[in-house]
Ligand binder design. Structure first.
Ligand SMILES: *Cc1c(COP(=O)(O)O)cnc(C)c1O
Length: 411
């Protein structure tokens, strides 16, 4: 009898997006003429930068000729890409990271999901609430949690992100081993200052803990005082792993390219307290289970660092930030409190009522789809996430409709 991994039965997931899709489809059937605007998805909507598509097609052309054809490449990524990442994203910002500490992959979702297999089954986890569900669900699958009850899994330290703490969790009050952080945050849009991030690095150093830092939205940081990488913080090389992606930075969600940074000085411990290099372990995992990102895609990612590429990526991100600014302005005018939308494509709105009720109101009265906060965790109750990933015209139209719908509701 073939038996399943029963940890999978503990998973709650997929409820959120299934429920959103159901409600939208019911509304659409009842209102076939309705022009629905989706500000719910965490996916980009604009084309790849021309510098990237040019490099991409050049890569394809090379694959069409025997003399320049490439088969398997290095699992960790080609040097041409790793060198540019290290130089531009790290060394240029004073972060001491070398090319061979960078592992190119097909996505931060996979990397942030897979990393947990390097660690023991009984480590103590600290996971933010609300949260990008991947961190939580992959630990559920691995059996690190107990059952789900009353909105939370047993055996996880949930780090509440609330208006009271500016959506930046407080340091854990009880000892933990593995800490997930994501800044600028999905879903709250909050960012973290260098001083606060330093407190986390110091905590990890003192407690022999490890920080998994998801910086998927770093390209949205416009405030120059904010760190773009945890490795800009002194002492982080021993206690942090960072995930980065070209998905939100350069529109690669459908093209697939990301990377994970594991410094050679980053250590974890065996049962006898002996140190082991996480770089060596991750290298072993990566080269055993992964065969590299396609050559043309790595060329397309390399182009992000060219002169034209940098300008185009900046324009791309600025476009979404401009949408976000409009959403912020509108929410402020309507009297809502919110986080994010600066240094982030997400605006996390306190809806001052039940989140699903507000979701339904925006859908039915304004034809606008948002994401209800409870889908990201218990602390998301009473919030919705509005995404700036859409055209400016659609965002403008959505904001006008929301203003009219809420105006009508209030009067
Ligand atoms: C979009 C996103 C990613 C990137 O995922 P990819 O697999 O690289 O497309 C990572 N983390 C968070 C929090 C995200 O929202």
């Amino acid at each position: 009898m073939i038996r399943i991994n029963e940890n999978y039965l503990k998973l709650q997931s997929s409820y959120l997006f299934v429920e959103i899709a159901n409600r939208v489809s019911v509304y659409q059937q009842e209102n076939p003429e309705a022009d629905i605007i989706r500000l719910g998805i965490g996916d980009v909507t604009r084309a790849l930068p021309p510098a990237c598509t040019q490099a991409f097609s050049q890569g394809v052309k090379e694959m069409a000729v025997d003399a320049t054809f490439r088969g398997y490449g290095p699992e960790q990524g080609y040097d041409f890409l790793r060198d540019k990442i290290a130089a531009n994203d790290y060394q240029a910002r004073g972060a001491d990271i070398s090319s061979d500490e960078i592992f190119v992959s097909d996505g931060s979702k996979c990397d942030s999901a897979n990393i947990q297999e390097l660690f023991a089954g009984d480590i103590r986890l600290a996971i933010p609430d609300p949260v990008y569900p991947v961190y939580l669900d992959t630990n559920v699958m691995a059996g690190r949690t107990g059952e789900f009850a009353d909105g939370r899994y047993d055996k996880i330290l949930y780090m509440d992100s609330l208006p009271e703490n500016g959506f930046v969790p407080n340091l854990p009050a009880q000892p933990v081993d593995l800490i997930y952080l994501c800044f600028p945050n999905n879903p709250t849009g909050a960012s973290i200052s260098g001083d606060t991030l330093k407190l986390w690095v110091d905590y990890a150093r003192e407690n022999k803990a490890l920080i998994l830092y998801d910086a998927a939205y770093e390209a949205f940081i416009r405030d120059r005082s904010l760190p773009r990488s945890i490795f800009e913080i002194k002492g982080a090389r021993e206690v942090a792993i960072e995930f980065r992606s070209f998905s939100k930075t350069a529109g690669f969600t459908g093209t697939r390219c990301a990377f994970t940074v594991v410094p050679k000085t980053c250590m974890a411990y065996d049962g006898n307290g002996r140190k082991h290099s996480l770089h060596a372990l991750w290298n072993r995992r990566h080269s055993t289970k992964f065969n590299g990102v396609s050559y043309p895609v790595q060329r397309a990612a390399e182009a992000v660092y060219s002169q034209e590429g940098k300008v185009q990526v900046q324009e791309l991100v600025d476009y979404y930030l401009n949408n976000a600014a409009l959403i912020r302005k509108e929410m402020a005018t309507l009297g809502f409190e919110f986080a994010g939308g600066e240094n982030s494509p997400y605006i996390w709105v306190n809806c001052m009522r039940d989140a699903w009720e507000f979701f339904d109101l925006l859908l039915k009265k304004a034809g606008v789809v948002t994401t209800p906060g409870p889908g990201f965790g218990k602390c998301g109750e009473g919030f919705i996430r509005i995404s700036a990933f859409n055209s400016y015209t659609n965002v403008e139209k959505a904001m006008t409709r929301i203003r009219e719908a809420l105006g009508a509701e209030l009067s």
